[in-house]
Design a protein around this ligand. Structure first.
Ligand SMILES: [Zn+2]
Length: 159
């Protein structure tokens, strides 16, 4: 029975390969730490804070439709899907089906690493996610709204 599983990639091995790839990207440590926290569901999203403080205000401030979990913030929010699509990555995140951010990111990473200039694409994906997070914090804490174009352009300039 054990041999059956030998034909499938070990998920922890896939994860560690991906993480080594992310670590090699030229990006500030704060972005890599942010990514690590996102992958371990350790970001202070509105859903995480609401759960910790036992209150109900966990709604996403961008779409005002769903709870702001890491998966929602990074991939499911229609506002952020727009950013991913108009960026140079042209990602249609609606094509991917995943139940956690880590699962979703592994699918995206698998797609990006097939590109000729994969390191450049993975770098842009990291900076895009970082900019999405900064944009959301700006909306929550400073009441500043960024358009999807501004977020995508800022990530492109930064990376
Ligand atoms: Zn949303």
């Amino acid at each position: 029975m054990k041999n059956v599983f030998l034909n499938y990639p070990d998920p922890s091995n896939v994860y560690s390969k991906m993480w080594k790839g992310v670590w090699k990207i030229l990006a500030p440590s704060k972005i890599k730490i942010f990514m690590w926290r996102a992958l371990h569901d350790a970001l202070p999203t509105r859903a995480a804070i609401a759960h910790r403080l036992n209150h109900e205000d966990s709604c996403c401030k961008s779409c005002r439709e769903k709870d702001e979990s890491t998966l929602h913030m990074a991939a499911l929010c229609p506002k952020e899907q727009e950013v991913w699509f108009i960026s140079k990555l042209s990602l249609r995140l609606t094509y991917f089906n995943a139940t956690s951010f880590r699962e979703r990111w592994l699918l995206v990473w698998d797609l990006l690493k097939r590109e000729t200039n994969s390191r450049n694409f993975i770098s842009l994906a990291l900076f895009t996610l970082w900019r999405i997070w900064k944009k959301r914090n700006d909306l929550i804490f400073n009441d500043i709204s960024w358009t999807s174009e501004e977020v995508a352009n800022k990530a492109e300039k930064d990376h």
